[in-house]
Ligand binder design. Sequence first.
Ligand code: MG
Length: 284
Amino acid sequence: MERWPIGVFTSLDAGLGVRMDVVSELKIPTIHLHSPHQGARDEQRAKEFLAQCEQAGTTVTCVFCGSEGESYADIETTARTVGLVPEEFRAARAADARVTAQFARYLGCDTLGMHIGFVPQDRESETYLDLVKVTQSLLDDLAENGQKLHLETGQETADHLLEFISDVGRDNLFINFDPANMILYGTGDPIEALKKVGKYVKSVHCKDATWAEESVRGKEWGCEVPLGEGDVNMRLYLETLKEIGYDGPLTIEREIPEDREKQKADISKAITLLEQLRSEILGG
Ligand code: MG
């Protein structure tokens, strides 16, 4: 595969990604797939989807976990409902992630992505220690299938994410870096963060956003905007990816499923921008 192939975040029946017709129409060579609903992750569906991928000329490079009951309505709701962090859902979510991992296997994909949730600050707390244990157990099962897990960034600072990865201590745990999330959640400058966590970054999202007002940062969302129009600085982002030696896909995310036409148009423009920057930065 060429260096930095373009990708897009895609959804079948769940999640905020684009539909496969957009992947096909815009000839996008790689995708991250949001896990379909729990009842739709059987081998037959996987086969049907693989046939669709082949027709569209695309490859699944990461399958993202997504479970019933998760909501990104606002930061407080996200903290309460998303990932393995909320204790009331932890066991069920870990089980659900294993079902998604099996679906990824049917797709021939060795990478699972996940928003684990807002990792608790206190590294001595019972809830933190249990989260570490549950994550280790999931990673050990994934390792048996030759699979790895990429944690999505944004819900904690780069430093705390590094502490968590170190505490989990498994060599199939990596990072999916999303620069816009650092801005949306108000968890730190994305470029500085990328430099800090660089050695763990094995996949990325290309998404842009503007900061919330300083007084409400971290409590209220910033605003997701079309690629190149936000505060990430896409040129510097790609230059930094080059600096850390990243060579995987550039996976565009545009999370406005309520306006499919604009979503497609914004993704088309994002491809043009990324291809231009890629040729300027990598040469050729
Ligand atoms: Mg993302």
